[in-house]
Design a protein around this ligand. Structure first.
Ligand SMILES: [Zn+2]
Length: 457
């Protein structure tokens, strides 16, 4: 099967030019101008951008949390991702206490197998670092699970002590893996949560008020310091506070390999959402929480100046019925919100169209840079001969009103309900196969493959 994408504007992290792209089998084989080549199918991309497929390196499909499970599984979640122009996700497998990493990985492989409509990889969440588990990290890296997520928050559940964090960091110096960190001071937050509840402060907004920006900044600083001592890179996930960004900026200015992502919710929503009437604020309960509105400009500046290297979603939706588990106790509201489908349009509309970031930077933040950091490049993350034909034909003038009713994520609300965005996904190829054709899903559950990622050189 060959597909010729004709007459579009090809954009990568570095280039922008008019050209045609020929796809044969799973790969991009030829790029040129006015290609006179026969193909089984021709896609007219006139007036549209031809972009490398979006890569979302932070999703939680089918994830147990606080007595429930995130609403999207690997089928609904990856179909929604494809609708939004994302062709690869890196999800999180979870090692529970006492469990072998390999068993945890197998559990998540089974969740995705036969369901995922686009390609996927896994990070491994580690909660229990015994000597044996430390050795197992090396085997996992060889099997293509090359990053490990640790938590400085959620004591008693996910949180790891500094000594274990440091040991894991040291190990990645040997095996070429990368540590991803949830950076919030969980001990401090726990005390603040108990105190708030004891004072009768139970509404959703107290989720945010008990997770201060300094708790994120402190943990971010500590994580980077531990990585500096271990002499290895570190990647801070879902950075939300300007005060935490300052820690990353300071480290990068000293030449340290400190990386961080932020998410659309921190760029487009704010603390004010928690003040919505009734229980509405629960829709935005996630960790770290939404911050004050003036944070948004500072995050955009971090994205523009490369102090932040990626935009992921932390997609982890729960329906309102689940959110209501936290009626009368904000600490029982499942943490997370939907986002995998809306990332590209939101960032294009609110970032490129407003002039905050360039078109090249948009591609870099949503695809190329995460591909490079997490060992997917140049198989994925660019448009080049030999790369996987993960391609998005993106309509810069397409308009869409974001709504839970019309989006495809398996959740009954949307945090951006009613917001109109300009810039929509028109057609999507995943490894050479059409998955979205003129806005309609034409792919297949189970067509996505596990992607073995490379270790750091
Ligand atoms: Zn997450």
């Amino acid at each position: 099967m060959s597909i010729l994408i004709k007459g579009g504007t090809i954009v990568t992290a570095t280039d922008q030019y008019a050209g045609d792209v020929l796809v044969e089998g799973e790969k991009i084989t030829v790029i040129g101008s006015a290609l006179a080549i026969q193909a089984d199918r021709v896609i007219d991309a006139k007036g549209k951008y031809v972009l490398p497929g979006g890569i979302d390196v932070h999703t939680h499909m089918d994830m147990p949390f606080g007595g429930t499970t995130s609403a999207d599984d690997f089928q609904t979640g990856t179909i929604a991702a494809a609708h939004g122009g994302t062709t690869t996700i890196v999800d999180f497998a979870i090692q529970y206490k006492g469990q072998r990493l390999h068993d945890a990985w197998e559990t998540w492989m089974k969740k995705a197998d036969g369901k995922a409509a686009i390609d996927y990889g896994f990070h491994m969440i580690m909660t229990d670092l015994t000597d044996q588990v430390e050795e197992e990290m090396d085997a996992l890296v060889r099997q293509g699970v090359t990053s490990f997520k640790l938590f400085m928050a959620y004591p008693g559940v996910f949180m790891m002590d500094d000594a274990s964090i440091f040991r894991a960091l040291l190990r990645t110096g040997k095996n070429g893996g990368t540590i991803c960190m949830h950076a919030e001071n969980g001990g401090v937050i726990d005390v603040l949560v108990k105190k708030a509840l004891a004072e009768g402060k139970t509404a959703p907004k107290y989720h945010a008020l008990t997770r201060p920006v300094r708790a994120e900044a402190e943990a971010t600083h500590r994580a980077i310091a531990l990585a500096e001592i271990a002499d290895v890179p570190i990647y801070i996930v879902h950075l939300s506070a300007a005060e935490a960004l300052e820690m990353v900026t300071e480290a990068r200015d000293r030449g340290l390999p400190a990386y961080a992502e932020t998410c659309p919710q921190y760029l487009f929503l704010s603390y004010d959402n928690y003040e919505e009437p009734g229980f509405e604020g629960s829709k935005y309960v996630m960790s770290p929480p939404l911050r004050m509105k003036d944070t948004q400009d500072r995050l955009w500046r971090g994205l523009a100046f490369n102090d932040l290297q990626a935009i992921s979603t932390d997609h982890c939706p729960f329906c309102m019925k689940e959110k209501h588990l936290g009626d009368g106790d904000f600490s029982k509201i499942p943490n997370g919100a939907p986002g995998v489908e809306t990332r590209m349009s939101l960032v294009y509309d609110g970032g490129v169209r407003t002039g905050k970031i360039s078109m090249n930077r948009f591609v870099e933040l949503t695809s190329t840079s995460p591909a490079k950091i997490f060992g997917l490049f140049p198989k994925k993350g660019t448009i080049a001969p030999g790369s996987d034909a993960d391609i998005v034909v993106f309509d810069p003038n397409g308009k869409q009103t974001l709504s839970a009713k019309t989006l495809h994520m398996n959740v009954d609300y949307n945090p951006y309900e009613g917001r109109e965005v300009t810039g929509t996904t028109h057609t999507v190829l995943s490894r050479g196969k059409l998955v979205i054709d003129d806005g309609k899903f034409v792919g297949k559950a189970g067509a996505g493959s596990f992607i073995k990622r490379s270790a750091r050189a």
